[in-house]
Each structure stands twice: as C-alpha cells, then as structure tokens.
Ligand binder design. Structure first.
Ligand SMILES: Nc1ncnc2c1ncn2[C@@H]1O[C@H](COP(=O)(O)OP(=O)(O)OP(=O)(O)O)[C@@H](O)[C@H]1O
Ligand SMILES: [Mg+2]
Length: 302
C-alpha cells in the first residue's frame, strides 16, 4: 500500500482496497475507507461487529498489504500492564547488582538497572518502540476492564508510554492501530473518541461468494452461490448464534471434501452442524431450512 500522499482521495481508497484484496482480504467500501484514513490521519480504528466477520483478519491483511510486521495483543479478563506494556527483568537486574556490587558504588548501580536493556517489552511497548513501522492489533478489547482501557488512552492518543523509572518512550514510527470488539460490553466514550469507527457486518451475498471462493477456489461457482444463499436463509432465523463468514468457509471446505455437487436436504442434514453450533439452533434450522430444501423449493422461494 503506498505511503506517499495520493492526490485523489478516491484513488487512495481504491488503492487501499486493491492492496487489501491482493493480501487476501475483500474489503467493502467502509472498510477500505477507514483503512485508508487510519493511515492518513494516524488514528487508531475500533472495529466492532458480530463474531467471525473478519475483524481480526482485517488487521492481519493490513499488515500484509503494507509489508509491516503485525504485533498482536490478545485481550482477556484480568490482562494487566505487566502483560501488555512492559515488566522489569528482575532476574537480569539482580545479576547486574551482584556482578557490580564488588567493584562499584551501590548508588551507581541503582541507575544502571533501570535502563531500557532491563525491560521486558510486551506488545504495546514493542509496537511503540519498534524501529520499523508496524500494525498493532489490540484484539477483543471488550474482554478487558475499564482500568485497562484508561491505561490504553495514553498509548492511543499520544503514541507514548510513561515508565516512572525511565521517562516517556515516544513512538519512533507511527503504528497502524486496530482494536476489535465483539460488543460484549460498552466501551468508554473516552476510548471511542480517540478512534475511527468501523462496524463490520455480514457481507452481502455477492461479496460472501467472492470471499468463500477466495478461500476455497476449487469449489464450483454454482455451489458457492447456493451455499451462500442457504447460509443467508439460516441467518434470517432468530438464532442464538447465526453462522458467520468463518462458518461459510468451513462449510465450503467440508462440501468439497465430501464431493458434494449440490446442497440437497440430505447433505444439509449431514453437514449443518458445521454452520450451526447450538442445540436449540440445530432443531430450529433442521425444521425450517431442512424442510425448505426437502420441499425442493426454488431459490429464495417460500
Ligand atoms: N472480507 C474478507 N475477505 C477475506 N476473508 C475474510 C473476510 N472477512 C472474513 N474473512 C475470513 O473469515 C474468517 C473469520 O474472520 P476473523 O477471524 O477475522 O473474524 P472476527 O470478526 O475476528 O471473529 P471473532 O469475533 O470471532 O474474533 C477468517 O478465516 C477470515 O480470513
Ligand atoms: Mg477476531
């Protein structure tokens, strides 16, 4: 992806979209626009949406498209600064104190052991201090608590990290930052204000066929169309967990392995647990979609 300024704004967005496609990610217009702006404005992007719609993959594809390394911070409940920012390497510090205590004054040693070489860098500090520009993925930020979010604000707005014993470490190069959230809790306004926002949803049928065929190129085009159509029928039902793009891709792979050349009620019954993963959902889907396929109703017919 070109880092040099593009004179035409639309040209820049189209170039971003093409670069993402070349990196294996078919972005729609909003995703291309935000990815483009993130680089131009130097702002983090908060990507929200249901599970399996390509939030994490967008960050990975941006890294591939820009030729940058991807640094990933996987969030979880209880994630703290020591795992996200940095830790002092106590063992190394202790060894240095022992080694130097014989021939140095103690006061001199104390300064030494709080130098950068005694830091164990964790993903956020690694991204900030990297010599080469990187893509920083802060995945599933909604799994952490609000205190962690507050700590992130300094990194996201100033691209710097304060270390009491050492001072402020400023970003040497500007990272592209993506945060993803599954919406399991509302994020703070302070965090949202600092980010560009992208809502990723299930793609339209045409794009989903393209995505499925990109991942499973051997799959017959007619079958890919039918698969996406049936997944669409399943999504229309009121399910605990509707199938995502990830499930469509898995189902395509399974159909290919089984040598299926059409999706009839029999093959659907045998393979539907690949796209529907809750007991209650299975019953509902078998009844509604299974029956519909058994009745050999025309595509999209009632
Ligand atoms: N636009 C796209 N182009 C190509 N592949 C895609 C696209 N969107 C999704 N995928 C594929 O769908 C799968 C699921 O994507 P991903 O893991 O990024 O979802 P997610 O939104 O991060 O899900 P979760 O919320 O469960 O973490 C991946 O295999 C990814 O490659
Ligand atoms: Mg993800």
């Amino acid at each position: 992806m070109p880092d040099a300024p593009d004179t035409s704004p639309d040209g820049g967005i189209a170039a971003t979209s093409r670069a993402l496609a070349a990196a294996g990610y078919l972005a729609d217009e909003p995703a291309s626009l935000v990815s483009h702006l993130a680089q131009r404005l130097g702002k983090p992007v908060l990507v929200e949406g249901p599970a399996g719609v390509g939030k994490t993959e967008l960050a990975k594809a941006l890294a591939r498209a820009t030729g940058r390394d991807l640094i990933r911070l996987q969030c979880y409940e209880g994630l703290d600064e020591a795992k996200a920012l940095y830790e002092w390497n106590y063992r190394k510090q202790l060894l240095r104190i022992q080694a130097e205590s014989e021939d140095h004054e103690a006061s001199g040693v104390m300064d030494d052991i709080f130098a950068e070489e005694f830091l164990l860098t964790r993903p956020l500090l690694e991204a900030i201090s990297s010599e080469a520009p990187v893509v920083l993925l802060i995945d599933e930020i909604d799994k952490t608590d609000q205190e962690f979010e507050a700590m992130l604000l300094e990194v996201l707005s100033d691209f710097q990290i304060s270390i009491p014993e050492l001072g402020v470490i400023e970003a040497r190069t500007m990272p592209i930052v993506l945060l993803t959230s599954n919406n399991s809790r509302e994020l703070t306004e302070a965090l949202k204000r600092r980010c560009l926002y992208l809502w990723l949803d299930y793609p339209d049928a045409e794009r989903e066929v393209e995505i499925v065929r990109l991942h499973v190129p051997e799959l017959d085009e007619m079958l890919a169309n039918r698969l996406v159509e049936v997944v669409g029928m399943v999504r229309e039902l009121d399910l605990k967990k509707p199938p995502s793009i990830a499930e469509s891709i898995d189902w395509a792979r399974a159909l290919l392995l089984l040598g299926a050349d059409q999706i009839d009620s029999e093959i659907f019954r045998r393979t539907m647990s690949i796209i529907v993963k809750h007991r209650v959902d299975l019953d509902l889907v078998a009844e509604r979609v299974g029956m519909r396929l058994a009745g050999a109703l025309p595509a999209g017919g009632e």
